[in-house]
Write a protein that binds this ligand. Structure first.
Ligand SMILES: [Zn+2]
Length: 267
């Protein structure tokens, strides 16, 4: 179950979202665009001002506020350079963080306590995985390209192989992302996406006038189910339908900010 949390921080009246799935060992939140002071077209609380270097100052201020809300420290803030790849950074020690400055990553798996991992989105699917027994965190950015490469299953395999996690102990949360009504693709993309599933694709793909509508959140959920992660809490909100609350690459015609998914294993 997802719910909104209102927070007054300084002059900001912000709105965050949280899932009820995780125990207190993992702190997490999803930011929204509501309640900040960043001007248009990034109005009003972007966690990334990618493509708008003139708003860098706002980006840093907003990141600090979001980390404060989470209960973390900005000196321990980890944010990969996302490029729609299926590359996942394995971070076992603070020295491993430097790799994020060298190449792009669209996923992070870590056992570091007290470090806030942040990833940013505008329609793409945010996926958070946590093994409560081993205390291993994974954050994934699954746009259609990452979803076509089955990046969530790759993250689960890394949790198993590098951190000895057990699938039964992994819980997943899928944040707000574009819905099936709003996300239309051609048959080539639809077939690439459909090939990621071993079993049926019911209710994920709808054909309409030669185009396909794809529910990317449901597809990521099904990918997780197929690899053996059963508990998946999926946010009902669509970033494009609810464009007043979330950033949407499609609804904002590519000129937009990014909301964030932040998570930290408690110290
Ligand atoms: Zn929608």
């Amino acid at each position: 179950m997802f719910s909104f949390v209102d927070a007054k921080i300084g002059d900001f009246n912000l709105k965050f979202m949280k899932s009820s799935v995780f125990s207190g060992e993992l702190l997490h939140c999803f930011t929204t665009r509501v309640g900040g002071d960043t001007p248009n077209p990034l109005e009003s609380f972007p966690i990334s001002a990618k493509d708008f270097p003139e708003y860098k100052e706002y980006e840093v201020k907003n990141q600090k506020v979001a980390v404060e809300f989470l209960g973390g420290k900005y000196e321990k803030f980890i944010m990969p350079n996302q490029q729609h790849t299926d590359k996942i950074a394995v971070i076992k020690s603070p020295d491993d963080i430097a790799q994020l400055d060298v190449e792009p990553f669209d996923g992070v798996v870590t056992n570091l306590k007290g470090y806030t991992v942040c990833m940013v989105f505008a329609d793409c699917v945010p996926v958070l995985l946590f093994d409560e027994k081993k205390k291993i965190l994974a954050c994934v950015h699954a746009g259609w390209k990452g979803t076509a490469k089955n990046i969530v299953q790759k993250a689960v395999k890394i949790m198993e192989e590098k951190f000895s996690c057990c699938k039964n102990d992994i819980k997943a949360v899928i944040g707000a992302a574009i819905c099936g009504n709003c996300f239309e693709v051609n048959s080539d993309v639809a077939s690439q996406l459909a090939m990621t599933l071993e079993n049926n694709c019911d209710n994920i793909f709808i054909e309409h006038n030669g185009k396909f509508h794809v529910d990317l959140k449901a597809l990521n959920q099904r990918q997780l189910n197929e690899i053996g992660v059963e508990t998946v809490d999926v946010c009902e909100y669509c970033t494009s339908c609810q464009n007043n609350i979330f950033y949407s690459y499609r609804a904002d015609d590519r000129c937009t900010g990014r909301h964030g998914m932040l998570a930290m294993i408690k110290e």
